[in-house]
Design a protein around this ligand. Structure first.
Ligand SMILES: C[S@@+](CC[C@H](N)C(=O)[O-])C[C@H]1O[C@@H](n2cnc3c(N)ncnc32)[C@H](O)[C@@H]1O
Length: 447
């Protein structure tokens, strides 16, 4: 017989069950099929009722953020492991545990709606199992939480290899780094100083009832007290502001192209740094924005159009400039290299599930080859800014050191900064420092 939640008319749908089922499908697509969170979430949001979408998004992001801990809890609570054919149920259990362990959802709501979600997933057989497991979490919560404190995977909610790497690379900061990855990222804006001043824009936000504060290290940044849809932001459609983390806003002032100089942005899409470069240095001779991904370049084009900025846009590989370069050198090159994105886990919690330890060396090798392929395009006396949103030395100072050792006409151009920490080459910002994303910057000059 179908069980009815208290107070619910017989046959009426339980509110929120569809959102929970959709979140379970999203979580499963990421952890089992290696899909990105955004790619998995978009079709699910399109298929459920609009009022369920915010909850589905919250449960998908939150469950993936804490997935290593939730899987650890599920393993302890289940009498025997679930069969391989029950991966939807496994994912739903994680969604249920997230609500109880992290989100503070009232237990009766979390349990009844998550049990009901079994039916949405056509896994009616699992209702009793999900019900019993979630109720057992409630019952044994104090001892489970205490036990979790002693397990690094459960306590820090990261895969073991990431915890080991963080401990090795940041012996003093690794705990703060991992905890910052589990926090929600702020929404930070870049004010277009060609269109308005930061002070005026802050006043405009205040007049609209939106509380915000100026960033410390970027002179055009504004951090909102709470995230909101860009459609609500004053002046967004007219190009007065863009969404960009403060750490990413440090690239343009470091590269600082002079009037008339030719600039190459070799991995440019979706265009945040290219747009900032053009806003900050409107007199550049030309900016060539290259990226290997056509679809991401579409986003760059629409960003440039919204901001009324001009760049030459080219699909191509930074590894093979001979297929798109016209032979005229650039005085400034930005190589914002594809990377593990381990500095932006708080924005993309699926990185925890998607990255493998072997990815890091493969990425480092590609990043080194990109540096080597782009260096001949740089004019003598010109500067190349290398950046990643990774926290791993292999992708950052070690890649740059290896490149410098093999390239006699390349040296590091030192810069002073009040942010991050000095690396043997370049500077590293760890996630959460100054409420910024994790980023690495190294500035090189050609002799
Ligand atoms: C970190 S993102 C760049 C972000 C961009 N600079 C911004 O600020 O918006 C890295 C980019 O490298 C691109 N990419 C990956 N492999 C590439 C290659 N071989 N050549 C050029 N771009 C590549 C990806 O498509 C991605 O857009």
């Amino acid at each position: 017989m179908r069980r009815i939640a208290p107070g619910r008319a017989r046959g009426a749908p339980i509110m929120g069950a569809a959102a929970r089922a959709a979140a379970a499908r999203v979580v499963r697509a990421v952890i089992d099929r290696g899909r990105s969170l955004e790619a998995a979430l978009t079709p699910e949001l399109g298929a459920i009722a609009a009022e369920d979408a915010p909850l589905c998004r919250e449960l998908s992001f939150g469950t993936l953020r804490f997935e290593p801990r939730l899987a650890w809890l599920a393993e302890r609570l289940l009498r025997q492991p679930l069969p391989a054919s029950a991966r939807d149920v496994h994912a739903l259990l994680l969604v249920g545990l997230y609500q109880l362990d992290q989100l503070g959802t009232p237990p009766h709501v979390a349990v009844s709606t998550t049990v009901e979600a079994c039916r949405h997933l056509r896994q009616n057989w699992a209702c009793a199992l999900v019900n019993g497991t979630l109720r057992n979490f409630e019952r044994y919560q104090p001892s489970l939480r205490a036990e979790a404190e002693a397990s690094p995977v459960a306590r820090f909610a990261h895969p073991p290899w990431m915890i080991q790497a963080a401990r090795r690379d940041y012996p003093h900061e690794w705990q703060a780094l991992l905890e910052a990855n589990n926090a929600r990222a702020p929404m930070t804006l870049r004010v277009n100083l060609r269109a308005t001043s930061r002070e005026l824009y802050l006043r405009r936000l205040a007049a609209a009832g939106i509380s915000a504060a100026a960033t410390v290290h970027s002179r055009c940044g504004v951090t909102l007290a709470a995230p909101l849809a860009v459609s609500i932001l004053p002046g967004f459609d007219d190009g007065q502001v863009s969404v960009q983390d403060e750490a990413a806003q440090l690239a343009a002032p470091l590269l600082a192209p002079l009037p008339g100089q030719r600039v190459l942005d070799a991995c440019a899409a979706p265009g945040g740094k290219a747009a900032h470069l053009l806003e900050a240095s409107p007199q550049v001779g030309e900016l060539l924005a290259v990226d290997a991904d056509d679809r991401r370049l579409e986003r760059l084009r629409s960003t440039l159009a919204r901001l009324s900025l001009n760049a030459r846009v080219q699909t191509g590989s930074a590894l093979q400039p001979q297929s798109w370069w016209d032979g005229r050198s650039f005085e400034r090159i930005l190589l914002d290299a594809p990377c593990s994105a381990t500095g932006v886990i708080r924005r993309h919690p699926d990185i925890k599930a998607l990255r493998r330890p072997s990815d890091i060396q493969a990425l480092a090798s590609m990043q080194g080859r990109m540096l080597g392929a782009l260096w001949p395009l740089l004019a003598r006396g010109g500067k190349l800014l290398y950046s990643t949103c990774s926290v791993f030395p292999e992708e950052n100072h070690l890649t740059v050191q290896e490149f410098l050792a093999a390239t006699p006409d390349a040296t590091e151009a030192g810069f002073t900064a009040a942010w991050g920490r000095a690396s043997p080459v370049g500077r590293q910002i760890l996630p959460g420092e100054g409420n910024m994303d994790g980023f690495f910057y190294a500035l090189l000059v050609k002799h």
